[in-house]
Design a protein around this ligand. Sequence first.
Ligand SMILES: NC(=O)c1ccc[n+]([C@@H]2O[C@H](COP(=O)([O-])OP(=O)(O)OC[C@H]3O[C@@H](n4cnc5c(N)ncnc54)[C@H](OP(=O)(O)O)[C@@H]3O)[C@@H](O)[C@H]2O)c1
Length: 353
Amino acid sequence: MSSKIPVSVLAATGSVGQRFISLLDNHPWFEVVEITASDKSVGKPYEEVCHWLLSESMPEYVKKMELLPTEAASLKNSKIAFSALPAEIAVEVEPTIAKKGIYVSSNASSYRKNPLVPILVPEVNPDHMMILEDQQKSYGWSGGIFTNPNCTTVGFVVPLATIDRKFGVKKAFAFSMQAVSGAGYPGVASMDILDNVVPYIGGEEEKLEYEPTKIMGCFKDHKIENHPIVISAHTNRVPVIDAHTICLSFSTNEKTDVDSIINALESYEFPDLCKDLPSIPSKGIVYHREPNRPQPRLDRSTYGGMATHVGRVRPDHILDFRMVSVSHNTIRGAAGGSIVNGECLAAWKFGKR
Ligand SMILES: NC(=O)c1ccc[n+]([C@@H]2O[C@H](COP(=O)([O-])OP(=O)(O)OC[C@H]3O[C@@H](n4cnc5c(N)ncnc54)[C@H](OP(=O)(O)O)[C@@H]3O)[C@@H](O)[C@H]2O)c1
């Protein structure tokens, strides 16, 4: 019998769901035993209904698996549910699954503002996972919900939090160039995005301005105390398939210089709580010294798509410094990030490591 933890993928047929299916193929700790989708796909084998988008082949294990209805009753064996549900469905379904005793590692934005639900970025705040015990007490659940951040937030919060730990950061200005895969499939119509830039992504700027305050906050006395940083964001959709690019200007509390900032980024080390997890890449932050890097096409897939690529740290004439970061939105920003969060939980609650 397998000693792997049985898991499910909710909304397994979408852009993020497919990444889960691919990344969980031969995962050393997890085995996918249940998959769900919308009513139109229920009862059918995965390979029949899934319009596969990834360059790697559809894994054998999933081809004949039957898609189940997206409800708690479908999950008879799972201990962790990886959720790629649209937010409006997640808001109803995820708590019923947590109540049933299953841990939900969610990509949806529905509960990110709930003070008892952590937005986890293991490179930054793996200790926030501990609030799950307070969540369970408050809601009477034996499972729980933890989320990853928006796929653009994660692209700059890792370097920003690293700089904050050394010098303190008080203000930041973020300008994003976001890939089309961030809008799911089929996403933005080709006639709207080719040869074009769309300077609006509904609800996105508010997420970039709020989520880092929670992620960079302290977990103390059973509460996450948000960080006082103030962020202003402009978000844009650009004709790139995968990986979001963020230009970030920021001011520091402590006076410092460009070399010290680069040094802090280059010497980044994972917190002990997540050091040896299976999906943690060998480098969390990759600093590029070439003047024209990082770039989405060249950098997104290295380190398994799980690293944050940073470059061009230089002085800023309005705030103190500026830099560029790139991160893979459906891997680090979605399925890969949720799987690492699940690994953090498995190390803590299921004795894995
Ligand atoms: N794309 C990204 O870069 C990214 C990054 C971070 C977070 N997210 C978040 O991840 C979630 C999924 O995004 P996505 O890009 O994968 O979207 P997507 O490609 O549009 O896929 C949507 C998925 O949801 C399922 N679904 C739709 N309506 C449903 C319903 N009523 N009940 C159950 N399942 C339903 C679909 O199943 P059928 O195939 O059966 O219709 C499909 O599997 C969203 O919450 C999104 O905000 C996305």
